[in-house]
Design a binder for this molecule. Structure first.
Ligand SMILES: [Zn+2]
Length: 292
């Protein structure tokens, strides 16, 4: 089986090499995540250029608009395709109005860049509990989103954002949690444990790229989650003044997994600052919700 990461270029500077779709070409064609609706043309053009005439299944790691937004135009282009999604996400795909409202609130300008998803014909949607794709293992990995799924297929683990974001910067690794509010620490860690219990395989990240050993990367990611918890907890106890900014600076200074931040372009650094602070917000919300 051949697996390809198709980059879906976004117009905003700093979003190069960040949004993509994984294509598996074997006995059947699978597409994992489809990116935002505003760049659906770009994905369809790439698939056409690769000579892809049919997609049997589109798998969604989660329904956030930068992963599932382009679903309606993709289903128009590939009329035989069916979608496998977490059953909790199905209603939002058929009627994305609440999802869109929520996305605007959380993402602001980014939501406008990604675009408002169009409704999808519910008859094309398969709940993850009922999928019967040969060789596909579906793992429930709530955390980044309550409806998050990971997929193991053809010796590869498609972890969406359950194992964080993993990028190469100037040939150096960069690993960052994606833990926006509402964030439940234990739920997230249990999902990582579930992925670690699988056989060691290549791990394929939604944002953005792959690494050869899922176990090794998941181990590092789990350590990172505990490291962030400790650092953010200490800052949280000092008070709320500039809490997010303080955490951002200390994490960039002390977390070795973020070391290659320094080699990023200023635009990529701006993007990462936003996402790091959003992830910190998740931790802070978790402490508050649990009266810690
Ligand atoms: Zn995402």
């Amino acid at each position: 089986m051949e697996t390809t990461l198709i980059e879906i270029k976004q117009e905003k500077a700093g979003f190069e090499g960040f949004v993509g779709s994984w294509l598996c070409r074997g006995p059947i064609h699978l597409l994992i995540d489809v990116g935002p609706i505003n760049t659906s043309r770009s994905l369809i053009t790439s698939l056409d250029a690769m000579g892809i005439e049919e997609i049997e299944y589109i798998l969604l790691t989660h329904i956030h608009i930068d992963h599932a937004g382009a679903l309606a135009p993709l289903l128009d282009r590939f009329p035989m395709a069916q979608v496998v999604s977490h059953q909790k996400g199905l209603n939002h795909l058929a009627d994305p109005s609440k999802l869109w409202a929520g996305s605007q609130k959380v993402l602001g300008d980014l939501a406008v860049m990604y675009g408002r998803p169009e409704p999808v014909d519910p008859r094309r949607l398969i709940p993850h509990t009922e999928s019967v794709i040969p060789g596909l293992e579906i793992i429930e990995t709530p955390g980044h989103a309550p409806h998050h799924l990971s997929f193991s297929y053809g010796g590869r683990l498609f972890s969406g954002e359950a194992a964080g974001n993993y990028l190469m910067v100037n040939g150096k690794e960069y690993l960052r949690p994606a833990t926006p509010p509402r964030f439940f620490f234990q739920v997230f860690v249990e999902s990582v444990n579930r992925l670690m219990a699988l056989q060691d395989q290549t791990i394929c990240y939604a944002h953005f790229g792959q690494a050869s050993s899922s176990r090794h990367l998941l181990e590092r990611f789990k350590e990172q989650l505990f490291r962030w918890k400790e650092i953010i907890w200490k800052e949280y106890q000092k008070g709320e003044q500039d809490l997010l900014l303080r955490c951002l600076e200390i994490l960039l200074e002390r977390d070795p997994e973020l070391g290659s931040f320094q080699y990023m372009s200023p635009e990529c650094q701006a993007r990462e600052r936003t996402f790091i602070m959003n992830a910190v917000k998740g931790f802070v919300g978790f402490f508050k919700e649990n009266n810690l």
